[in-house]
Design a protein around this ligand. Structure first.
Ligand code: SF4
Ligand code: SF4
Length: 404
């Protein structure tokens, strides 16, 4: 079996990236090495489950079918028909969007950007204050339903080298309009009670609901920008890696559980993005103290049933970790082990989100106090406080359903 090689990065490109991003990368805690290369989307674990025989199994096929009313209902709490029913209903709007271009191999929002039904207006609104415009765009993102919004540079390192044609899972051109300058990153909070029920099919409703929300929000915000006479491409997991964009947009910091920890919702959110040429001021990234906390905490790695999370410090991934981006110093999961567990569950798992000490309700003063301690030299004390509490305890799905 052969994978496409990570080729195509020229010395000139490397130098340009280093000149442009060394300072903001350092501020964001992003470290790349000499063998950095943008990711080839065909290699992500969900796509490999269709074309790579070392990943594909009756379990991975069953996982995808379970989202099409062919789940294996179990008597176990959280995996009954009604649990799968709520999960699948939550995904529906996202599914409608992602299925509409299936005959052209464009699974919109996942393996192709979301096609915009709104043309770019011929008349262009004049923008003389990009900072003011940035504030306005963030306000409008929140009006449409986003919980967080940040803006960063159109950093091409995080775009996929190629996207996937879902008709045959071959590489397809990752085509974007010319001249895009900014990425607007939106955060979408997941329901705290549903997240507390991981692992369960019921908990997957927290994921599906946000994908459905974000699909609507990015389409609407992109339509607003296009009505102003500027280009805007609505995107969910497609086109590029959202995590580095979220970090560079100042929304949070990367953690051991592979998630971005935000001061507002901890790791309990999903991100979407819009690529645009609308003149916008960019946000500055900042290290919050999450890495220092993760360096002394292993709650996510300890709780992972698939033993898929690393225990040590950040490092670059091994070449055989096909589903990890090459040449970035970070915590990297064993994606095959993780997805293997999801496949057996027939639903997504986010135990590593549930148990993370940053998974709290920061509208309460106690949790805000905890956050202050966790991001300060008192972090050991904050970890001990968390370990003694029952915050990470799983909620029984039947309690969520309010059954006797
Ligand atoms: S999602 Fe579940 S299986 Fe995957 S790394 Fe997290 S805890 Fe482990
Ligand atoms: S559980 Fe602990 S180590 Fe894992 S991401 Fe959260 S804070 Fe970091």
């Amino acid at each position: 079996m052969s994978w496409p090689s990570n080729s195509g990065v020229t010395e000139e490109q490397r130098k340009d990236w280093a000149d442009r991003y060394a300072e903001s990368d350092a501020a964001a805690g992003i470290e790349t090495t000499e063998d950095f290369a943008p990711f080839i989307q065909r290699n992500d674990m969900f796509t490999r489950a269709f074309w790579d025989d070392t990943v594909r199994s009756k379990f991975t096929d069953g996982f995808f079918q379970s989202y099409r009313m062919k789940a294996k209902y179990r008597k176990g709490d959280g995996f009954r028909q009604k649990d799968f029913a709520l999960r699948n209903a939550s995904w529906l709007i996202s599914d409608i969007i992602s299925n509409r271009g299936a005959d052209q191999g464009r699974r919109e929002g996942f393996q192709a950007p979301i096609a915009c039904d709104t043309p770019v207006a011929e008349a262009q609104v004049e923008i003389d204050d990009p900072a003011k415009m940035a504030d306005e765009v963030k306000r409008i993102a929140k009006f449409f339903g986003a919980d967080l919004a940040g803006i960063t540079d159109m950093d091409t390192r995080w775009l996929y080298q190629s996207r996937v044609d879902t008709r045959d899972f071959s590489e397809a051109e990752n085509d974007l309009p010319e001249g895009l300058t900014s990425v607007i990153v939106l955060g979408h909070q997941m329901d705290q009670e549903l997240v507390a029920t991981y692992p369960s099919a019921l908990a997957g409703a927290a994921t599906g609901r946000e994908y459905s929300h974000e699909a609507a929000i990015v389409i609407q915000l992109a339509a607003y920008i296009r009505n102003l006479g500027y280009e805007a491409v609505a995107s969910m997991n497609d086109t590029g890696l959202v995590i580095p964009y979220a970090i560079k947009a100042g929304l949070g910091e990367y953690a051991r559980n592979q998630m971005v920890i935000t001061p507002e919702f901890g790791p309990r959110l999903r991100f979407s993005k819009i690529f645009t040429n609308l003149p916008l001021a960019h946000d500055a990234p900042a290290k919050l103290g999450v890495e220092e906390f993760c360096n002394q905490c292993t709650a996510c790695a300890d709780a992972c049933p698939a033993k898929a999370l690393p225990f040590g410090p950040k490092e670059t991934s091994a070449p055989e970790a096909v589903s990890a981006i090459r040449g970035v110093k970070k915590w990297t999961s064993d994606a095959k082990a993780c997805f293997g567990y999801w496949a057996k569950l027939q639903s997504d798992c986010a135990i590593c989100m549930r148990v993370c000490p940053f998974n709290r309700d920061f509208t309460t003063w106690k949790d805000r106090l905890w956050l202050k301690l966790a991001l300060s030299p008192w972090r050991k004390w904050a970890l001990a406080w968390d370990t003694k509490s029952d915050r990470a305890k799983r909620m029984k799905p039947k309690d969520w359903w309010q059954e006797e």
